[in-house]
Design a protein around this ligand. Structure first.
Ligand code: GLU
Length: 460
C-alpha cells in the first residue's frame, strides 16, 4: 500500500479544486497555494514515534523489538487507531494506515484524528507472559504521547481486548490520577469496554453491503432507474433481487461476524458458500453452516477445521480446498477480511465476483482496484465498510467519560445510524457520477478536513 494514500489525497484535492463550490473564498494564486498547503499537511504525518522495546524472554534472552506509533493528523480530535502485532509491520505501512484512519474518521464524522501503531512480531511465537511484557513496554515507551485526549489506541490485527486491558492498566500505573478509561478502546466489557465492540467491525462490514444492496436501493429506486448507464449502478441493480453467493476471506473477528450476519440476514438472499483462514478454504455450494464453524473456531484458537475428519466429527458439510483459491471462486460477492494486498496485479484478472467488500484495510492494491473498477466491479471500500470498529470505539470512549454504559442493542442501533448517515452523504453522489465509490468517499473526507483546516486558518 506504499504511497497509495498520498496519491488518493492528491487526486481528491485536485478534483475538489476544480469545483467552484469548494472553498469559494480562495481564488487564483491563493487557491493554488492552499492546494499545495493541503497536500503537504494531509500527506505527511505529524509525528512518527519509533522504539525498540527491550524484552526479557522466558528463556532469559533479551531482545529488541521494533515498535511504532504514528500520529498522522489531529484536526478533528485526538489521534485514534489500532495497534497491530504482525511480522510484516513496517514504518511505511503504519504511516499509510494512520492516514487512512484520519480519512475514515473524517468520512464518518467521528471526532478523532488518525493514528496507528505496530509491533514487528508474530504474536503466536510468544508466550502470554512475553506478550504481556511487550504490551506494558509499548505503553511505557510511548507513554508521553498517549492519553484520553491525546492519542487513543485500539485493537487491530494480532491484538484484542486482552492486550487493551493490559495496556490501559499500564497507562493507569504510569499516569496516576489521570483519566484512563478513554486511553484505550476495545477493552473487555468488565474493564470498561463497550458491549458490541468485539463484533462492531464485522457487523459494520455487513451493514455496508446490506445498505448498498438493499436498504438504500429500496429507498431510492428512482435514483437507480435513472442511472443504469453507470456501471456500478448496473452491478448493484443486477444483484439486488437474486440469491447471492458469498465467499469470505478471513475468519477472525471481522470475517466470522460478517459471515454470520450474511448467513442470518432476512433482507437479502445470501448463501455463504466459502470461508477461508490462514490454513484452508472450506466450500459448500449449498451454503456453509456458519454458526457451527464459529463454534469450532472458538474452541480451536481461532482456526477452522482443516481435514474431512474434523469436519465429519462436527457434522459440518464442506470440502477442504486450497486457502488462496477462495479469491478466484465463481461467486457473486467477496468479503475480504484478512490482510492487505490480497487482490493484486497478478490475480485481479481471475476474480469472478462482481461485488467486493473490504473488511480489512487495503486488501485490493491500487492497480487491481483500477482494473476491477474499469470492469464495473462494485467495490465497497475499507474506509466506508470497516469503520464499525472505530465508530464503536468512539461510543466506548463516550461511555468511559460518562461512566454510564449502553445496552448491546443500543450500541448496534447507534452503529447502524452512524453508518447509514455516512451512506446517505456519499451514495447519492456516487449514483449520480461514474467515479468509483472509494474516490467518492475520499473526496468527502478530504473536503471535510480541508474545510476545517481552512476555517482554522492553517493554510496560510
Ligand atoms: N483497528 C481498527 C481500524 O483500523 C479500529 C480502530 C479503532 O477502534 O480505533 O479501523
Amino acid at each position: 500500500m506504499k504511497n497509495k494514500m498520498v496519491t488518493v489525497i492528491q487526486q481528491s484535492l485536485s478534483e475538489l479544486m476544480e469545483s467552484e463550490q469548494f472553498l469559494p473564498g480562495l481564488k487564483d494564486e491563493t487557491r493554488d497555494r492552499a492546494f499545495q498547503s493541503l497536500v503537504s499537511i494531509l500527506t505527511t504525518p505529524n509525528r512518527v514515534n519509533k522504539s525498540f522495546l527491550r524484552i526479557s524472554l522466558d528463556n532469559g534472552k533479551v531482545v529488541r523489538i521494533p515498535a511504532f506509533r504514528v500520529q498522522h493528523n489531529n484536526t478533528l480530535g485526538p489521534y485514534k487507531g489500532g495497534i497491530r502485532f504482525h511480522e510484516s509491520v513496517n514504518e511505511d505501512e503504519v504511516v499509510n494506515l494512520a492516514k487512512l484512519m484520519t480519512l475514515k474518521n473524517a468520512l464518518h464524522d467521528v471526532p478523532f484524528g488518525g493514528g496507528k501503531g505496530g509491533v514487528v512480531i508474530n504474536p503466536r511465537e510468544y508466550s502470554v507472559k512475553e506478550l504481556n511484557l511487550i504490551c506494558k513496554k509499548y505503553v511505557h515507551y510511548f507513554s508521553d504521547t498517549l492519553g484520553t485526549e491525546k492519542d487513543i489506541p485500539a485493537p487491530d490485527i494480532g491484538t484484542s481486548e486482552r492486550e487493551m486491558d493490559w495496556m490501559m492498566a499500564e497507562f493507569k500505573s504510569i499516569h496516576p490520577g489521570e483519566t484512563y478509561r478513554g486511553s484505550f478502546t476495545g477493552k473487555s466489557v468488565m474493564n470498561g469496554g463497550s458491549l458490541g465492540r468485539r463484533e462492531a467491525t464485522g457487523k459494520g462490514v455487513y451493514y455496508a453491503y446490506r445498505y448498498l444492496l438493499h436498504d438504500f436501493i429500496e429507498e431510492n429506486k428512482n435514483l437507480l432507474d435513472n442511472n443504469k448507464s453507470n456501471p456500478f449502478v448496473k452491478t448493484a441493480f443486477e444483484h439486488r433481487k437474486r440469491p447471492l453467493t458469498i465467499a469470505v476471506q478471513g475468519f477472525g473477528n471481522v470475517g466470522s461476524v460478517a459471515a454470520l450476519e450474511a448467513h442470518k440476514c432476512v433482507y437479502l438472499q445470501n448463501k455463504v458458500v466459502a470461508v477461508s483462514d490462514r490454513n484452508v478454504t472450506l466450500y459448500n455450494s449449498e451454503g456453509l453452516d456458519i454458526p457451527a464453524l464459529i463454534n469450532y473456531s472458538n474452541q480451536h484458537e481461532g482456526d477452522l477445521p482443516t481435514t474431512e475428519k474434523e469436519l465429519e466429527a462436527e457434522d459440518i458439510k464442506a470440502t477442504v480446498q486450497d486457502r488462496d483459491g477462495l479469491l478466484e471462486l465463481d461467486v457473486d460477492v467477496l468479503f475480504l477480511a484478512a490482510l492487505e494486498d490480497q487482490i493484486h496485479q497478478d490475480n485481479c484478472k481471475n476474480i469472478k465476483a462482481r461485488i467486493i467488500v473490504e473488511g480489512a484495510n487495503a486488501p485490493v492494491t491500487q492497480d487491481a482496484d483500477k482494473y476491477l473498477s474499469n470492469q464495473g466491479v462494485l467495490i465497497i471500500p475499507d474506509i466506508l465498510a470497516n469503520a464499525g470498529g472505530v465508530i464503536v470505539s468512539y461510543l466506548e470512549w463516550i461511555q468511559g467519560r460518562e461512566t454510564q454504559f449502553y445496552k448491546e442493542e443500543q450500541v448496534f442501533k447507534l452503529l447502524y445510524d452512524k453508518m447509514s448517515a455516512t451512506f446517505k452523504s456519499v451514495l447519492p453522489e456516487f449514483f449520480n457520477d461514474p467515479l468509483p465509490l472509494r474516490q467518492n468517499c475520499y473526496i468527502h473526507a478530504v473536503k471535510k478536513l480541508s474545510t476545517i483546516l481552512y476555517r482554522q486558518g492553517k493554510l496560510y
